[in-house]
Each structure stands twice: as C-alpha cells, then as structure tokens.
Design a protein. Structure first.
Length: 114
C-alpha cells in the first residue's frame, strides 16, 4: 500500500438531472462509504465553482470540499464511488500534501507530556 497523503475532493450539492439539492442524509451515506475506505474525512463549507464539460456545457454550482487522509489507491476508489453515487460526469480530487502526520495520544512518550 502506498503512503498516505492529504487529498481534497469536490462533492456536488445539486443533482445533475433535476437541479434539486441532495439531502443531508444522502451525503451522510457517502460519508459512511468514504470512512469505510479511508477511515475518516473532514467536510468543509461549500464553495462556488464553475467548470466546462467536454461537450462545452458550463456548470455553475456549489461544491463541498472534503479532505481525506488516504493512499492514492484509496482516493481513486473514492473518486470512482463518488462518480457513481452522485451520478456525475466528472469528479475532481487533488493532493494537498504528501507530508501528513497523524499522531495518537497513546503514542506520545509519557515523559514528554510533563
């Protein structure tokens, strides 16, 4: 398995076919799927985005940035799952950092705590 990095993926807020917003509970199912792959995620506040599809159609929409600490193999699984789950034409994810530290309290030497 490759090293874990910090990734960000953009999740849609609006359904592609009818323009209605996804319900929070629908997003929560996606959250559960991501946790099953990566072990966790951080959901940020929505942001406005614009992109042009391959056919030239302009999409203007609010997206939810979500940060995930995982391997490249895991982010690719998350991208594929997101494409299908949200019925998207494309999903954007990008590496934020490959210098990620996760330290658990029980790993810290008790002498250093004092």
């Amino acid at each position: 398995m490759s090293a874990e990095c910090m990734w960000e993926i953009l999740v849609p807020t609006i359904r592609r076919h009818d323009g209605k917003p996804f319900k929070t509970r629908y997003h929560r199912v996606w959250d559960t799927k991501v946790r099953a792959i990566s072990g966790g995620l951080t959901v940020l506040s929505p942001a406005k985005g614009q992109w042009i599809a391959r056919d030239g159609e302009l999409f203007v929409e609010r997206m939810i940035p979500v940060r995930i600490m995982c391997s490249e193999e895991e982010i690719n699984k998350i991208i594929d799952m997101t494409l299908e789950y949200y019925d998207q034409l494309a999903v954007l994810a990008y590496k934020i950092s490959d210098n990620v530290i996760m330290r658990h309290a029980d790993e810290v030497d008790s002498k250093k705590k004092n």
